[in-house]
Ligand binder design. Structure first.
Ligand SMILES: *[C@@H]1O[C@H](CO)[C@@H](O)[C@H](O)[C@H]1NC(C)=O
Ligand SMILES: *[C@@H]1O[C@H](CO)[C@@H](O)[C@H](O)[C@H]1NC(C)=O
Length: 158
């Protein structure tokens, strides 16, 4: 099912960009012969908290190509470099960092589905798995802990 969903996402993605994009791993026939272009690190499903830090890793490599692939990020299909947000930063190794994660009832800019794209000029692009990012409201944890303490107190006193 996950694979199906992934394929579906890729399909839509390829259609909308109409460029040379393959799945997580791919072999390209080029003037260097066959080149295996794969992700060595893909973003993982992540749960973070409001006010916290979100970190998503992405790294790709093509054998027999010494150039480092360039990494870009998409969230819910939108290229993040086109969205100005100073909380967001892409490190030189490709990792995406979001500081001070925002989460309110009506404003959840950081929650969603992230994908990274690795591109090697003259070869093509590959797109990673979809990483689902969930933001938990810290208040819920506090309430749970408080509840737990209250319950313990009740248990002890009764
Ligand atoms: C990139 O660097 C950051 C900070 O040093 C590190 O946490 C992260 O794991 C690195 N990413 C990869 C893909 O190695
Ligand atoms: C505390 O007690 C309430 C009501 O008895 C219960 O609904 C809740 O799940 C309990 N919480 C914990 C953390 O045990």
């Amino acid at each position: 099912l996950i694979f199906l969903f992934q394929s579906l996402t890729l399909g839509v993605f390829s259609l909308s960009t109409a460029s040379n994009i393959a799945s997580s791993s791919s072999s390209y026939s080029s003037n260097l012969g066959f080149v295996d272009f794969t992700f060595t690190r893909e973003p993982r499903d992540t749960v973070t908290v409001r006010g916290g830090v979100l970190q998503l890793d992405c790294q790709a490599q093509a054998d027999s190509v010494t150039r480092r692939p360039s990494i870009t990020w998409r969230k819910d299909g939108v290229l993040l470099s086109t969205v100005v947000d100073e909380r967001r930063q892409q490190l030189s190794n490709g990792t995406l960092m979001v500081r001070n994660v925002v989460h309110s009832r009506h404003h959840r800019p950081d929650e969603g589905e992230y994908q990274c794209l690795a591109t090697l000029d003259g070869l093509g692009s590959i797109v990673s798995r979809t990483a689902k990012v969930t933001v938990k409201s810290v208040n819920i944890h506090f309430m749970t802990i408080q509840q737990f303490c209250l319950n313990s107190t009740n248990a002890v006193s009764s």
